[in-house]
Design a protein around this ligand. Structure first.
Ligand code: HEM
Length: 499
């Protein structure tokens, strides 16, 4: 147009800025005043963009507290993004997560890509492909398979007990040690390998790395599209590289060893068996199999390890509950630690009550996975949620809601046992493993690991807070990285003196 270079640059800048400003104002105006979710209350920032939630995540890494404030201010239905709602209503639970739910996994699950042939089981959004792939997992985690894992979990717990005995009377960071134990168990049950964390007392470097960088995930999970872009830029996920490589190697080594394995000994072998036999449930590509190995390690270990630490925290804080548990275990196994056996331990239902109450107060998966409503929308009571809206229920908040949970903030395992009717437990929302089609594949294994480890620890030791430890930071300072990230907790273990 005959402009000088500088003039051309200035004009281009002016036009592009005007265009983009106009576009942003138009998008903002639409989201605030015309969007199908406009009637739902929420912070203006959240209505305009999900960057607002990413900012809240980054502020303290405790988004659950921000969300609690939002629900207090705006009510049970809060707009947490242009088309996202957080719903704190008991009726929403089955509608969103139940077996007959018409909602499907939201775009949040496409953060690593939307191709079911390259992602792990938990990220598959297509219902048919998901159901097929899930069958291989269900075989490896079925009751029959879990029974074969029992002696190996006991052996790992014994090593843990030896370490507690060697450090008796000294402060031990139970958050770290439970994590060592959790990873070692998944090394064995998952891959028949020794990850060697409990014996060495040191977290495996690959796992250390994933824990160090979980906070990045905590922030970015608000922006799945950005995660998706980053995942496809070489080097952008380098902080996770060591962990990814470690997991992929475990699976590759298993594949090499597999030919001699007639009856799968571990979960990975079950997954590989499906691949070798070209079963419909097989992980379709080496990439999806490597991703499955990550799910196996993280989903199986972080969750159980955290639950073990949480149970020990609540039992230390409530010594009368610890005494009850010890008394019941002593009665079930009168011969003492040398006669410990899982069949007797399973009869102590109080252990399950403790597990369930710990999972209620601090669910390892803090928020329900995001789901997308069907095109016709759904009704939660009288409230109409429009179609293609991303909805989720915050597990931590709904499981502590005093409208459904009596003495909601207190640790009362009996509400899952003898006080069940009185406390109204059956009508209260409790879904730490989520519900329906996408419910946790490893629930049975989780209970076995937790029953075994907790019963052995309290059968052998009395537990108390270490000097200077109050448990306060552990109780209120945990972080939200979708999975719960616990602060250190220093406890002391003293060998029990048996009469
Ligand atoms: C206390 C322990 C555990 C808790 C609270 C727990 C909780 C959950 C939750 C809430 C989900 C659904 C996540 C979502 O909505 O995206 C899930 C999925 C899953 N969990 Fe667990 N889990 C536990 C232990 C385990 C164990 C021991 C394993 C064994 C490998 C395991 C394997 C899985 C797998 C494979 C999935 C993905 C299932 C799918 O999408 O089909 N979990 N778990």
């Amino acid at each position: 147009g005959g402009y000088s270079l500088l003039e051309a640059f200035a004009k281009t800048l002016l036009f592009s800025t005007s265009f983009n400003a106009g576009l942003l104002v138009s998008i903002g105006t639409y989201r605030l005043f015309f969007h199908r979710c406009r009637k739902f209350p929420g912070p203006v920032g959240a209505k305009l963009s999900r960057f607002y939630v990413a900012y809240l995540n980054a502020k303290s890494y405790q988004f659950y507290k921000e969300l609690e404030d939002m629900h207090e201010t705006y009510g049970d239905f809060v707009r947490t993004g242009p088309r996202e709602l957080s719903i704190l209503d008991k009726d929403a639970v089955a509608l969103i997560y139940g077996s007959n739910s018409e909602c499907r996994k939201a775009s949040w699950y496409a953060q690593g890509g939307n191709d079911p042939d390259v992602v792990a089981i938990n990220m598959i959004r297509d219902a048919k492909t998901y159901r097929q792939r899930r069958r291989a997992w269900d075989r490896g985690l079925a009751n029959k398979a879990v029974t074969t894992y029992e002696p190996r979990v006991k052996a790992k717990a014994d090593v843990f007990i030896e370490q507690l005995r060697a450090n008796a009377g000294k402060p031990m960071d139970v958050t770290a040690w439970s994590m060592f134990f959790g990873f070692d168990v998944m090394g064995d049950v998952g891959f028949s390998k020794d990850f060697n964390n409990v014996t060495s007392g040191i977290e495996h470097p690959a796992i250390q790395q994933i824990h160090k960088h979980m906070s990045i995930f905590g922030v970015l999970q608000a922006l799945p599209w950005l995660m998706n872009i980053l995942a496809s830029i070489p080097g952008a996920a380098s902080s996770f590289y060591e962990f990814f490589t470690f997991c992929a190697e475990q699976m590759r080594e298993k594949e090499i060893e597999y030919s001699s394995e007639k009856n799968p000994r571990d979960v990975a072998a079950w997954l590989i068996k499906a691949v070798i036999e070209k079963d419909v449930s097989a992980s379709p590509t080496p990439q999806s199999l490597a991703d499955d190995s990550r799910s196996l390690i993280i989903a199986g270990s972080d969750t159980t390890a955290n639950t073990l630490a949480i149970m020990l925290f609540y039992l230390t804080k409530n010594p009368s509950k610890l005494e009850t548990l010890q008394r019941l275990i002593d009665a079930a196994v009168p011969g003492g630690p040398s006669t410990w056996n899982y069949d007797s331990i399973k009869t102590v239902t109080y252990i399950d009550d403790i597990i369930n109450e710990a999972l209620r107060l601090k669910p390892p998966v803090i928020h329900g996975g995001p789901r997308e409503t069907p095109a016709k929308g759904i009704h939660v009571g009288d409230v109409y949620i429009p179609g293609n809206t991303t909805v989720s229920v915050p597990y931590l908040l709904i499981q502590r809601d005093p409208r459904w949970w009596k003495e909601a903030e207190d640790f009362i395992p009996e509400r899952f046992g003898e006080r069940r009717a009185e406390m109204g437990t059956d009508d209260a929302p409790w879904l730490p493993f989520t519900l329906g089609t996408h419910a946790c594949a490893g629930k049975g294994l989780a209970y076995m690991i937790l029953r075994t480890s907790l019963s052995l620890i309290v059968q052998n030791f009395d537990v108390s807070f270490a000097p200077g430890e109050t448990g306060e930071t552990f109780d209120t300072g945990f972080l939200d990285t979708f999975l719960l990230a616990l602060p250190p907790l220093h406890l002391q273990f003293s060998p029990r003196v048996r009469a």
